[in-house]
Design a protein around this ligand. Structure first.
Ligand SMILES: Nc1nc2c(ncn2[C@@H]2O[C@H](COP(=O)(O)OP(=O)(O)OP(=O)(O)O)[C@@H](O)[C@H]2O)c(=O)[nH]1
Ligand SMILES: [Mg+2]
Length: 458
């Protein structure tokens, strides 16, 4: 990824801001000092004092499109620079024509994240808000989206600002004691232990308000497993609402496991379809597939144990099930459309200790909502929703953790009377972690890396 051109921030940059492809509209965003004049070159009829106009765009004397143009004078735009948005008809050919025209007039293609980067440089957003803009685009669940939006509005920034003020006040008191050791008035002021503990508590509260810290904690992982031919792949397809996995009436269809994400009540779940388990299997490829299935069972995954309920339970089912003791297992009685060879009660006796039983038909889709409800319940169990949530990314979490570590050390030094210098040193590093978190003090490398992971046009 090319570095963001910190030295060329007065270029006028352009990019498609909507997904490429056909649709009702495509939006092209142009930002930088030449924006208005370039727009005027393409749309001679444009009145620059109006914030929005329906304008005819011309390229080499030919009418290109009639488009809605939004004009944002500096500093009243997302980037803080003069900005024009072109709302074109949604055809990639038109977009290319417009981009080409703007580039030939002196604009340059925007790099990934460059619009947000400029907003940050121009003080429109702090680093946390800028990251939140990216999170809004990437959010996979409503819950994450809500948190990202609050963060883009400065929720976290405000809390960190007040935390910084308190921390500065503590640091100032410690530094003053070092500066004027002779001054009896100051010397008698104790080290600011309680205020420091308050700051530590506030920092740790922020960490705790992020229930879904790691991306893996956010997504429930669910493995479909069972004997061959019981309908695991059919169930995966039914939950995905598309024919993702091959289904056939021959046992051993699925050999390599595959994974897909689904949303349940707007939250992501990773589903694995696996090779059917047949303890009597001896063919090498099939055996390898089964070994992979068993490998997948590691970790804290929810297991959907699928059986064909239209046939009497087989010893193979029992054998597989016996290997799943102490795991979270849901019993799926599939093919119930073909009639049931045993009752729910018998099933529970044969396969005891599961967290639930769902009788369904993957083929007909019967009772799938019951399974989805059960999955939703499991999701909520892994992280109950709270009033206020923060979805911290790895970088943010790392800064907060270093902040809290430095504060702990500072408090320990203060408590054991180790000397002001030690306390002061830890407080300085706590402040620097905090400033790295909000972007008040960020090295250019960090910024470049961060923004270049955004989408182009953001
Ligand atoms: N009647 C009926 N047939 C089903 C149902 N679910 C699956 N089948 C059929 O059962 C056969 C096996 O289905 P698959 O989904 O390939 O089963 P699988 O467990 O993934 O099989 P392997 O990949 O071999 O392990 C296919 O012919 C499906 O159409 C169901 O709910 N009702
Ligand atoms: Mg299969």
């Amino acid at each position: 990824m090319s570095a963001l051109p910190t030295a060329h921030n007065d270029d006028t940059i352009v990019s498609l801001a909507t997904p490429s492809g056909r649709g009702a509209l495509s939006v092209v965003r142009l930002s930088g000092p030449l924006s208005f004049s370039l727009a005027k070159r393409l749309a001679p009829g444009l009145v620059l004092s109006r914030s929005r106009s329906l304008a005819s765009l011309f390229k080499e004397g030919r009418l290109l499109d009639r488009a809605l143009l939004l004009l944002f004078p500096s500093p009243h735009s997302f980037t803080g620079e003069e900005t024009v948005e072109f709302h074109l008809h949604g055809n990639p050919l038109l977009v290319d024509e417009l981009l080409e025209a703007l580039l030939s007039l002196g604009a340059r293609p925007a790099l990934p994240g460059e619009f947000t980067y400029r907003a940050f440089l121009n003080g429109k957003l702090d680093l946390l808000q800028a990251e939140a803009v990216d999170s809004i685009v990437r959010a996979l669940s409503l819950r994450e989206l809500r948190a990202a939006f609050q963060q883009s509005e400065g929720l976290l920034s405000k809390r960190l600002d007040s935390l910084r003020e308190d921390l500065l006040a503590c640091a100032a008191r410690v530094e003053a004691r070092m500066e004027f050791p002779e001054d009896p008035g100051l010397f008698q002021t104790p080290l600011p232990l309680d205020p420091l503990k308050g700051v530590l508590q506030a920092a740790e509260e922020i960490l705790r308000a992020s229930p879904l810290l790691a991306p893996e904690a956010e997504s429930l992982e669910v493995v479909l497993l069972g004997r061959t031919n019981v309908g695991k792949s059919s169930l995966l397809n039914a939950l995905l609402l598309k024919e993702r996995a091959l289904v056939s009436d021959l046992p051993g269809t699925t050999r390599d496991y595959l994974s897909e994400r689904i949303l349940v009540k707007s939250r992501p779940i990773t589903l694995y379809d696996t090779a059917g388990l047949d303890p009597s299997e001896s063919r090498p490829l099939e055996k390898e597939g089964m070994a992979k299935t068993l490998g997948l069972l590691e970790g804290n995954k929810l297991l959907l144990f699928v059986v064909d309920a239209s046939l009497p339970p087989s010893p193979q089912d029992r054998e597989i099930f016996s290997r799943l003791s102490d795991r979270r297992v849901v019993l799926i009685l599939n093919k119930s459309d073909l009639g049931r060879a045993f009752s729910d009660e018998e099933a529970e006796r044969l396969f005891p200790g599961t967290i639930g039983t769902v009788s369904l038909s993957a083929k007909k889709g019967t009772n799938l909502p019951l399974l989805r409800d059960l999955l939703e319940r499991e999701l909520l169990l892994c992280s109950p929703e709270r009033e206020e949530e923060l979805f911290l990314n790895r970088r943010q979490r790392f800064c907060l953790q270093s902040l809290s570590l430095s504060l702990r050390k500072a408090i320990a030094f203060a408590e054991e009377d180790a000397g002001e210098e030690f306390v002061a040193e830890e407080l300085r590093s706590a402040l620097s972690s905090l400033d790295r978190l909000t972007g008040r003090a960020g090295t250019e490398n960090l910024l470049e890396e961060l923004f270049s992971s955004f989408c182009v046009g953001k």
